[in-house]
Design a protein around this ligand. Structure first.
Ligand SMILES: CC(C)(COP(=O)(O)OP(=O)(O)OC[C@H]1O[C@@H](n2cnc3c(N)ncnc32)[C@H](O)[C@@H]1OP(=O)(O)O)[C@@H](O)C(=O)NCCC(=O)NCCS
Length: 435
């Protein structure tokens, strides 16, 4: 099914009717219209942030112009034009296997004012987004979450995990490869372009990744108007022996506790490396930085490669968290989008209380790793799976044989094992940004 540009679509009629029955208006918001400032203020309040300044409004307007903004309005309120709930969405891309991307309906800015919480407004907004995504032809929707307790009820589930990494540099003596290229400091103003260039190359090779956008990279560079640490931001780029820029490290430094000038903290805002050489060069730079006792980085691979590159691996602490949540809307579209590691012939029954993905599907993977998926009758069912579990299995980030313990997947062990062999990821899924 061809993907329709959702920017042109109206707010979902079913959700509009549900909210209208509670006296609420559910409407599109124009990023260039008068309602945008109120929309942004509501988003900021929803995420416990400050009132946006005029500069921040303009900066956010640029970033959100390409998104489908929706507000819920309580016209009986003191500020009838300030939304009591918000959501935005946009057409993105999900890397499903190295070198392969699928259209992704990305959702963000889900907020409901504390004055209007727990009366079903988020439910109306999320189901409205899912209907819009499905009608527009998207097989997969995705988001990143503030809390793990919210989105499972709508069929989202973690598909890529990430680690927060802390390195005690006094224990972490570098024993990793010594990269042959060179490192140079690069100007902060050049970072959005530089970071984007490296990230664009790596994100299509890593399942679970999505593209960034200019506003995201300006944020990494500390160039957005709301940035308090902007002037602390420094960056080095790695160039290989051919002079190709293959890696970028963006960081800030802060004094550590007490009077010890040798115990600074180095906080990594971005470390993107196109290849092992660049990765080693940038991590070594951070860990061997003079006067630094602790290096911190978020959204790193689940088992961070740097653990293998220091003399004391326990000097590197990695705290794992779920990060990229996916929701399958169209089973055939989602499963045929990726390549597989082995042939497969299995009949899947998908349980989806919201209906989008419910059904029985014959899934066959040929010797080249390509899948065909056809609706099947109920005569033979090998594996039963909830739609949430299917989202978690999609990129191969978790095994069916392990999920089976939770009851979210069931079937004979051999069928689950065959699923695992076929779904095995060519690279561990990772999402290295928030969206
Ligand atoms: C999370 C949030 C959007 C929920 O909005 P809401 O309108 O109160 O949610 P709803 O009333 O539609 O709740 C729908 C269901 O989710 C549950 N729920 C809502 N928020 C929840 C939370 N934070 N934790 C656990 N369950 C939650 C409700 O209990 C309800 O459960 P049910 O399916 O059993 O009926 C709102 O609390 C909020 O804005 N939080 C701060 C910003 C934020 O974290 N946003 C999420 C960004 S990823």
């Amino acid at each position: 099914m061809a993907i329709i540009d959702t920017l042109s679509l109206p707010a979902d009629a079913e959700s509009a009717a549900i909210l209208s029955a509670s006296g609420l208006d559910y409407e599109r918001v124009d990023a260039d219209g008068e309602g945008f400032v109120a929309f942004l203020r509501s988003v900021s309040r929803g995420f416990l942030g400050e009132e946006p300044s005029a500069d921040e409004v303009e900066s956010a307007r640029r970033a959100l112009r390409s998104r489908r903004l929706i507000g819920v309005f309580d016209r009986a309120g003191v500020e009838p034009d300030a939304p009591v709930a918000t959501v935005d969405s946009w057409p993105s891309e999900l890397t499903v296997s190295p070198g392969r991307v699928a259209p992704l309906y990305a959702i963000s800015a889900v907020t409901v004012a504390p004055t209007h919480r727990r009366r079903g407004i988020a439910r109306a907004m999320l189901t409205g987004e899912l209907r819009t995504a499905a009608a527009a032809g998207y097989a997969i929707a995705g988001l990143t979450v503030t809390e793990a307790t919210i989105y499972g009820r709508w069929g989202f589930s973690p598909a890529a995990w990430a680690s927060d990494v802390v390195v005690d540099t006094r224990r972490a003596h570098w024993i990793g490869p010594v990269a042959p290229g060179r490192l140079d400091f690069v100007p902060r103003e050049s970072l959005p372009e530089r970071v984007s260039a490296v990230h664009e190359r790596i994100r299509t090779q890593r399942p679970g990744s999505v593209p960034g956008w200019e506003g995201r990279w300006r944020g990494v560079a500390g160039l957005t108007p709301d940035e308090k640490d902007g002037r602390k931001v420094r960056a080095v780029a790695y160039r290989d022996l051919d002079g190709v820029e293959r890696g970028i490290l963006v960081y800030t430094l802060d004094e550590g506790s007490g009077d010890d000038y040798t115990s600074h903290r180095l906080d990594i805002r971005a470390l993107f490396a196109d290849g092992d050489e660049a990765s080693a060069a940038l991590w070594r730079f951070a860990i061997e930085h003079d006067l630094v006792a602790r290096v911190k980085a978020t959204l790193q691979p689940t088992v961070p490669p740097v653990q293998w590159m220091v003399s004391d691996r326990r000097a590197v602490t990695a705290t794992l968290t779920d990060h990229h949540w996916l929701r399958v809307l169209d089973v055939a579209g989602a499963l045929t989008s990726r390549r597989y590691a082995a042939p497969l012939d299995v009949v899947l029954r998908v349980d989806d209380p919201l209906g989008f993905a419910a059904g029985t599907w014959a899934v066959r993977v040929d010797d080249s790793g390509e899948a065909t998926v056809e609706a099947a009758d109920e005569g033979r069912v090998d594996v039963e799976v909830t739609v949430a579990a299917l989202g978690s299995l999609l990129l191969g980030g978790v095994r069916a044989t392990e999920l089976a313990a939770s009851g979210a997947v069931s079937g004979a062990h051999d069928d689950l094992a065959a699923l695992d062999t076929a779904f095995a990821a060519a690279a561990t899924p990772l999402l290295d940004i928030w969206y």
